[in-house]
Design a protein. Structure first.
Length: 297
C-alpha cells in the first residue's frame, strides 16, 4: 500500500516558514510584502480560490488586497487597473485569477504584469528564464506555483538527491502545470516525458514512470494498472463529480483506490497538490518582495 503524501502538512510547514521569513524581511527592510489578487466576474470556484489565497496571505503576514471586477469589463479597463497595481510600490505580487471571461484577451493581461511582480510565473520573460536556466533557482526566479508545489512534494518524498536519473512522465502539457513542471524536473536531472491527448499507448508510457504526474482534468483517467510498482504518483487534477448521496465531491485524475495498491507514494485529492499551490504563492510573494527591494534570494 502506497505511502500518503500529505500536501496539507507540507503546505502548513511551508507557510509557517514563509510567515517567519516575512517577519524577518519586515524587521530588516521596514516593508511588508504586498499581494494583489484580481478576479474578474463571479465564477464560484474562482471566488473560493481567491478568498483562500488572500486569507492565507494575511495569515503569513503578507498585506493582501482583493480586487473584484465585473465580468463585462473591457480588456483596456482591466489593463489599466493592472497597470496601476504594477506601479504601486506597496504591491510586490500581482495575481490575475484564471480563467478570464472569453471577451478578455488573456495573453495581453499576462503581459501587463511586469515579470518582477508576476507571482504566478506566467509572464513570457519568467517562462523563458525557467526554460533557459540549467538550475532554475526559485529564490531568484518566479516559477509557477503548482509545479513548484509538485517539486517540493517530490523532494520531500524522494529526498533531495532522489530525483536524479528518475524516469518522470507528466500527463498534460498546459502552460500552468505540465510544461513548467517538465522544466523543473529536467533541471532536477529526471528523464522527462510529457504526454497529452494525442499520445499513443498512454498506459504503456505511464508504466515506465518512476515519477508519474497527472495534470489532465479527467476524473480517474490514470488507472492502477498504468502505475509502475513503487512509483511516486502526483495527482494535480481537481474534478468535481456527482457523489453517491446526490451531492458532489472532488476527485483527481488518478483512480486513487486502484493506484494506492501499486504506487510507492501518492498524493490524495483533496489534500495533496492543492494546498501546496497556495503555499507556493506565499513563497513567491516573499521572493518578489525580496527581488524588488534588492534583498536577493
Ligand atoms: P488543461 O490546460 O486543460 O490541460 C490539460 C492537458 O491534459 C492537456 O495537455 C490535454 O492534452 C491533456 N489531456 C486531456 N485529455 C487527455 C487524455 N484523455 N489523455 C491524455 N491527456 C489528456 O488543464 P490544466 O490547467 O493543466 O489542469 C489540469 C488539471 O489540474 C485540472 O483538473 C485542474 O483543475 C487541475 N489543476 C490543479 C491545480 C492545483 O492547485 N492542484 C492547479 C492547476 C490545475 P492536449 O494538450 O492534447 O489537449
Amino acid at each position: 500500500m502506497a505511502r500518503l503524501i500529505d500536501g496539507k502538512a507540507a503546505a502548513l510547514a511551508l507557510r509557517t516558514e514563509v510567515a517567519r521569513a516575512v517577519e524577518g524581511f519586515v524587521a530588516e527592510r521596514g516593508l511588508r510584502p504586498g499581494l494583489a489578487v484580481v478576479i474578474v466576474g463571479d465564477h464560484p470556484a474562482s471566488r473560493a480560490y481567491v478568498r483562500t489565497k488572500t486569507r492565507m496571505a494575511e495569515a503569513a503576514g503578507i498585506a493582501a488586497r482583493l480586487i473584484e471586477l465585473p465580468a463585462d469589463i473591457q480588456t483596456a479597463a482591466l489593463l489599466e487597473r493592472i497597470g496601476e497595481l504594477d506601479a504601486d510600490p506597496a504591491v510586490h505580487g500581482i495575481l490575475v485569477q484564471l480563467p478570464l471571461p472569453e471577451t478578455i484577451d488573456e495573453a495581453q493581461v499576462l503581459l501587463a504584469v511586469s515579470p518582477k511582480k508576476d507571482v504566478d510565473g506566467f509572464h513570457p520573460a519568467n517562462v523563458g528564464a525557467l526554460f533557459s536556466a540549467t538550475r532554475p533557482d526559485p529564490d531568484r526566479l518566479l516559477v509557477p506555483c503548482t509545479p513548484l508545489g509538485c517539486l517540493h512534494l517530490l523532494r520531500q518524498t524522494l529526498g533531495a538527491e532522489g530525483l536524479r536519473g528518475q524516469e518522470a512522465v507528466i500527463v498534460g502539457r498546459s502552460n500552468i502545470v505540465g510544461k513548467p513542471l517538465a522544466a523543473l524536473l529536467l533541471a532536477a536531472d529526471c528523464t522527462v516525458t510529457v504526454a497529452h491527448s494525442r499520445t499513443r499507448d498512454l498506459a504503456d508510457v505511464c508504466r515506465r514512470a518512476d515519477i508519474l504526474v497527472a495534470a489532465v482534468g479527467r476524473p480517474g483517467l490514470v488507472r492502477g494498472s498504468w502505475v509502475k510498482p513503487g512509483a511516486a504518483v502526483i495527482d494535480v487534477g481537481i474534478n468535481r463529480i456527482e457523489a453517491e448521496d446526490g451531492g458532489s465531491r472532488l476527485v483527481g485524475d488518478v483512480a486513487f483506490a486502484e493506484a494506492e495498491q501499486v504506487a510507492g507514494a501518492i498524493t490524495p485529492v483533496p489534500g495533496g497538490v492543492g494546498p501546496m499551490t497556495v503555499a507556493c504563492l506565499m513563497r513567491n510573494t516573499l521572493t518578489a518582495a525580496r527581488l524588488q527591494s534588492g534583498a536577493g534570494g
